[in-house]
Every structure is written in C-alpha cells, then in structure tokens.
Write a protein that binds this ligand. Sequence first.
Ligand code: AMP
Length: 305
Amino acid sequence: MSIVVVGSIAYDSLETPSGDAPDVLGGSAAYFSVAARFFGPVSVVAVVGTDFKPEARQLLADRGIDLRGLEQRPGKTFRWHGRYHEDMNRRDTLSLALGVFENFSPTLLPDQRRCDYLFLGNIAPELQERVLAQVQNPKLVAGDTMDHWIANAGDDLKRLLPRLDIITLNDDEARMLSGEHNLVKAGRGILRMGPKTVLIKRGEYGVLQFSRDAMFAVPAYPLEEVVDPTGAGDTFAGAFMGYLARNGRMNESALRTAVVYGSVLASFVVEKFSLERLLALTWEEIDNRYRAFIELTDSHHSRWT
Ligand code: AMP
C-alpha cells in the first residue's frame, strides 16, 4: 500500500566531529522516502526552488520514488545549516531558510488523497494540517516535529496531535512539548495530548515507544563510528512506516517489529554524510543487521545455552 509523505527536501550544510559537508541533499521527505522505498511504494509532497539540481531529482526518481507531487517553484530550496557537538546527540541549528516552503500550499493528486498511509514529516504544523485535510480515509497517520515548530508554532501543533495515530520526536523535543523532564512522564503526557502512540527517539540510546497499554524500548545498534547523525529520525520513520504499510497490520507486535526496522535503517544512515549510505544500501545488509540487532538484545538465545 502506498505511503504519502509531506516534508522538506533540502540542501543541508553539515558540520560534525568527522568533518563538514556543505550543500548536500537532505530534508525530512528525502530521508524518509529513500528509507520507506525499501519496503514499498512512496509518493512525495514537497517543494523545491529553481536552484534544485536535476541530478538530485534524478537520484530520488531512480529509486522509484514518486515525485509527481514534488513542485519546483521560483525561489530557493529549503536550507538548513547544523553543527553537531562532540556528543553527537547534541546539535545546534546555525541557520534555517524556509525559501519556497514559506508560501507552499500543497495540493495532493487524486490518488495521493486516497492513500492509506500518511507521514507528516517535519515541516510547519500548519502545512502538515493542510495535507491531512486533503486525505480522505487514511488507515494510519504519523507525524514528526522539531524544536523549531514546538517553539514557534506550538498551538498549531497541539491542534494536530489528536488527529495523529503516531507522533515521533526526539527526547529534547518531547521534554519541550510536554514540560516534563522525565521521559516516561513526557511520553505519557504527550499521549494525553491525543496521539495513540508516542515514539521518542533518543539518538545513540535508542527509541522509547508509549501507547496506552504498553511501553517498549530498543537500543540503537552500537556503532564504532558515527559520521553524520542527520536524517536518522526521518530514516527511522521511513523504515517504520514502510514496514507497517507492507505488513498491513497495526497491532503492538507489528509496531514493535517496525521500531526495530526503523532502528536498523537509522543505524546505516549515520555511517556516512547525507544520503550516501542509504543510497548504497542493499536488502542483504538490512537483513543481516536486523538479525544482529535481534541477537543483541536476545537474552534467551539458544546459541548460548
Ligand atoms: P533529523 O536529523 O531526522 O531530525 O532530520 C534532519 C533533516 O531535517 C535535515 O536534512 C534538514 O534539512 C531538515 N530540517 C531541519 N530543520 C527543519 C525544519 N525546521 N523544518 C523542516 N525540515 C527541517
């Protein structure tokens, strides 16, 4: 079943302890769609400016990502400049320029309006809401957000939350949105704001999932070297939604497997800058790391008895 994603397609300038990468392809919808495409069809709703290079569009098209909803408008492509601390769970936004996203009013194609799975990637909550309003009868709506929007568009975001099945956000954002420092309190507090499931992404510490009846935690796959954490959250979300769409069920068991696939794909994207690692990734590598991931936390494994 097809997934529709709205989000940013961006040029990022990245500074990490491993080096710098100026003007590389990024944005929530780019990472999301490349990750989700491993599992099934995905269709993008986004806007880029006249500075967007045809090679970048081709790169996504070559993956079989549906780009009919990627508009090109006069103006500049969204740009984000981020710098990571030595502790790569921490990053600062040095600058952010919305460019053509400022006046973007997405209009979904007829088949996109009929999608079953909708992901509202990190972009202004008001735009997320406008996309949601056009989708007729989705089976699952998930959304992501960021400190920038919690601080600058908190009311829009709070209006959107009851209409989401799943919200994904990182630990600092969860604290900011809920006003709670403790992450269990934060997760439960955000559940009370409306979504059925809250996924808190904790960088190298993994993911915490809260739903009304259950709590689930997975570590991040331990890596010796992280080159660029950018897009880990969106990649997680892409694989998570991709798995759910392919599987078709939305019970706790499916959600848990989806969280593991999300964590597996996220563990690859951080190995190189931008989308480089994801674009070179094979299913065999995904399968192997999925198995290694399960073994990592399996305390009853027969091999050790
Ligand atoms: P992540 O590391 O998963 O949180 O996603 C990082 C991506 O989000 C980068 O490629 C940025 O281009 C994009 N991004 C950063 N800030 C924003 C924002 N305020 N709105 C939309 N996209 C953003």
